[in-house]
Write a protein of this length. Structure first.
Length: 316
């Protein structure tokens, strides 16, 4: 693919360092025209929810003295100020540069770009969806939707922003024309469990024009019900739900291969065994038909019978 060097391209990702957005830029592209610092919303402490896995993780904590001293790390309640973000400690591949793109969005989790260039940012711990817009070389980040419950998963398609909360999927049509006064999202699907543990969703649209999202296992390690530990798909209006794969513990991101149109997703493995085992992994429904740890080969009915070992992606 050939692009003019005057066109700026970024790869955006939600930062784990106190909630930032980092832009990874090609070195020969046009840079931000303003020398002003990145935009920031109010850093006042929001009414953030606790980490949703806190109770389930502690419930399975071993009784040993060493384990009793361990606990999940509590996410910071406010966003890190731009001048406190250690960008110089982040490493990028050769030919890339890392800059702070925007700050002030508490617990940023998922990013999507609208047709008009708006960057939408979700949150797992607050009730907000943020929007980042740019005008005359200046960026503004502000909440565009509020009053949501763990709106972790978002996807943008044909002018509509789809939102996956803990127990429902909703949408806002033509949202980029309503950023200053976005309407309440319209719920399209709500037949979902309300378990906090691994209940937050990731959301994507497949090549078949359907929404895909996961329902995690409601525990650290257990035998899930028929409504849990799976990837589902629905039409864009919320109809025709299908279970695509079972044996899914906790998806932490998923997307489609642009050429083969194969779905890939990453998973966190169970807690409390060790720092190094079991390793987290990248999986695909066509390559991984069941979860060994859940011992449910019967749950693979909709997936090809031939299994291969899951690929290891990274430890999170």
């Amino acid at each position: 693919m050939t692009r003019s060097p005057a066109v700026r391209r970024h790869m955006l990702f939600a930062g784990a360092l106190g909630t930032i957005l980092v832009a990874t830029s090609w070195p020969l592209v046009a840079q931000q025209s303003t020398g002003s610092p990145p935009p920031s919303t109010s850093t006042a402490a929001p009414a953030a929810l606790p980490a949703p896995t806190m109770q389930s993780v502690l419930a399975d904590r071993p009784k040993s003295e060493a384990a009793q001293k361990l606990a999940p790390v509590t996410p910071p309640p406010i966003a890190t100020a731009a001048d406190k973000i250690p960008v110089d400690k982040l490493k990028a591949p050769k030919g890339f540069k890392i800059d702070v793109y925007a700050t002030g969005m508490v617990n940023a989790r998922s990013l999507r770009e609208g047709d008009k260039g708006t960057i939408f940012v979700s949150s797992r711990l607050t009730d907000k969806i943020y929007a980042i817009t740019e005008k005359d070389g200046k960026r503004e980040a502000k909440p565009v939707l509020t009053g949501l419950f763990r709106p972790n998963g978002i996807v943008f398609h044909n002018g509509t922003l789809y939102i996956a909360e803990l127990s429902q999927i909703s949408k806002v049509e033509n949202i980029e024309d309503k950023l200053d006064q976005a309407p309440k999202p319209t719920v399209i699907y709500s037949d979902l469990p309300k378990d906090e543990a691994h209940g937050w969703k990731y959301l994507t649209i497949g090549p078949d024009n359907r929404l895909y999202f996961q329902v995690g296992a409601p525990c650290n390690i257990c035998m899930p019900s028929d409504a849990h530990a799976q990837i589902r798909s629905i039409n864009l209006d919320g109809s025709d739900m299908k279970v695509v794969a079972r044996g899914i513990r906790q998806v932490v991101g998923m997307d489609w291969h642009p050429v083969t149109h194969q779905l890939y997703f990453t998973e966190n493995q169970r807690d409390w065994l060790s720092e190094d085992f079991p390793q987290d992994k990248r999986s695909s429904p066509s390559r991984w038909c069941c979860s060994v740890r859940m011992r449910r080969r019967s749950a693979c009915a909709s997936i090809p019978a031939t299994c291969s070992p899951p690929r290891i992606a990274a430890r999170f």
